[in-house]
Write a protein that binds this ligand. Structure first.
Ligand code: AMP
Ligand code: MG
Length: 441
């Protein structure tokens, strides 16, 4: 180690009993089955996952139709047309999108037609206005006069500017597969098929409960020795962001009866319980105790920093459902980071999404990232590309597990692996992209 760097003291041997992050993820996911489906109006379905395949009941488009405003004609009628020697056709009618032409286009005839209107019988091509003398025909102020005759300025081949029936979707075709996450384009496809509601996997109802005698709710008057409960608000926001439905159960005092009562209340309706605090080794850390008495507990220390202590287990709801419980650490950054790593994936899996990790980019660390005790360090960072396209990760400030503001400034987590003592400034590291579309500098 060179002399200008802060010395790092760490034990020579890694501790044996800490669970790697990936193993913790696997164990949690094994308790989070996908929820049943529900029917939802397509308007209300964005972000949810299709429970069934969707098959087209008809062709799209349902008719051959025009891709341009112009004239529907027989291509033969335009043979030899040029700008200096236009071919004149008789205009026998006009057709807007949404209507069918009641008649047939014969030789030497044309129907004036608007984009999207079905191609009339007899016509096999569309001559766009730009290739006719249409623009010269009507003086300003005479736009509504009926056109009787149009000059075609260019010969048209058969099939030009026609969108064919079924060119997008064929009747009977499987258009969307079960398991598809509905975004804007998928919702549009459903609407184009005339589908008003769909079967999707239900969103999990996530109970959020803070524990701690020191906690006040925002809106309460400040009081000596007390702090505001930030965890339940941050967690509830993240539950919404990741697709779950947060159900807040307030603040439980640090006693076993108080916490038990709140958890029992939550179990009536929720699919997942998230608590914060009460999982470290302090005297009043009652979450572990309640989980052990009322449910089945697994208590881990996870090889990550911040966020080492994690209680995990499951309860049985009054109706017999098994409800997983993630007992997050109390320190605000630890709590939100552990939820990002574990809670997000639990929600995804329950709502039928692939529990995929976030994308990772290789970036140059602009600051040292120090690892003191063999855990994987997630350092709050901003990710930016410099002018030659190289990604850089800059730390957003002090990395203590209570320093929330440096989390609010980050759009990524720069990782120092458990087996490295330090990532030096200028070295490359993995950076987990969180909200990569949230620009920060
Ligand atoms: P604990 O796990 O109960 O020992 O809590 C660890 C630290 O997190 C303590 O400093 C608590 O005051 C703090 N803490 C616990 N719960 C919350 C919360 N809901 N919001 C903000 N800080 C909290
Ligand atoms: Mg506490």
């Amino acid at each position: 180690m060179s002399s200008h760097q802060t010395p790092v003291t760490r034990s020579t041997e890694p501790p044996v009993d800490m669970l790697p992050v990936e193993d913790a993820v696997d164990r949690i996911l094994s308790f989070c089955p996908r929820l049943p489906s529900e029917s939802r109006a397509i308007d209300d379905s964005v972000g949810q996952v299709l429970a069934t395949d969707i098959t087209a009941p008809f062709d799209i488009p349902p008719h051959d139709n025009t891709a341009m405003d112009g004239y529907a004609v027989q291509s033969r009628s335009t043979d030899g047309a040029t700008e200096s020697n236009p071919v004149h056709l008789q205009v026998i009618g006009e057709l807007a999108a949404g209507y069918l032409y009641n008649g047939e286009v014969g030789a030497g005839q044309a129907v004036r037609i608007m984009t999207g209107a079905p191609v009339p019988d007899g016509a096999d091509t569309i001559v766009p206005f730009e290739e006719t003398d249409e623009y010269g025909l009507r003086a300003p102020g005479q736009e509504h006069e009926t056109i009787k005759d149009v000059g075609i300025l260019k010969a048209a081949g058969p099939g030009s500017n026609i969108r064919r029936r079924g060119e997008d979707v064929r009747q009977g075709q499987q258009v969307l597969d079960a398991g598809t996450v509905l975004r804007g384009p998928e919702v549009a496809v459903l609407a184009s098929l005339g589908v008003a509601s769909v079967d999707v996997i239900r969103r999990p109802r996530v109970a959020i409960l803070s524990t701690g005698d020191e906690l006040l709710s925002p809106g309460d008057a400040p009081a000596p020795g007390k702090i505001y409960d930030s965890n339940s608000y941050g967690l509830s926001a993240l539950v919404t962001q990741y697709g779950g439905i947060p159900q807040r159960f307030g603040i439980a005092q640090d006693t076993i009866p108080a916490l038990t009562a709140r958890i029992n209340e939550a179990l009536e309706t929720c699919d997942l319980v998230i608590t914060s605090a009460g999982v470290s080794r302090g005297d009043f850390d009652v979450v572990k105790e309640v989980l052990a008495r009322e449910g089945a507990i697994d208590f881990w220390t996870v090889k990550m920093k911040p966020g080492k202590p994690l209680a995990f287990g499951e309860f049985e709801a009054p109706d017999g459902r098994r409800v997983p419980h993630i007992g997050l650490p109390g320190n605000p950054v630890s709590s939100l980071l552990a939820f990002e790593l574990f809670g997000r994936l639990a929600i995804y899996q329950m709502m039928g999404r692939q529990p995929q990790p976030r994308p990772i980019v290789r970036a140059v660390a602009d600051d040292d990232i120090v690892n003191t005790d063999w855990r994987r360090v997630y350092a709050r960072a901003t990710l930016n590309q410099d002018s030659d396209g190289t990604w850089h990760a800059r730390l957003t400030g002090p990395q203590g597990s209570g320093v929330l503001t440096s989390m609010a400034l980050a759009n990524g987590y720069a990782v120092c692996p458990e087996d490295r003592e330090r990532i030096r400034a200028g070295e490359e590291c993995d950076v987990i992209m969180v909200d990569w579309d949230h620009p920060l500098d």
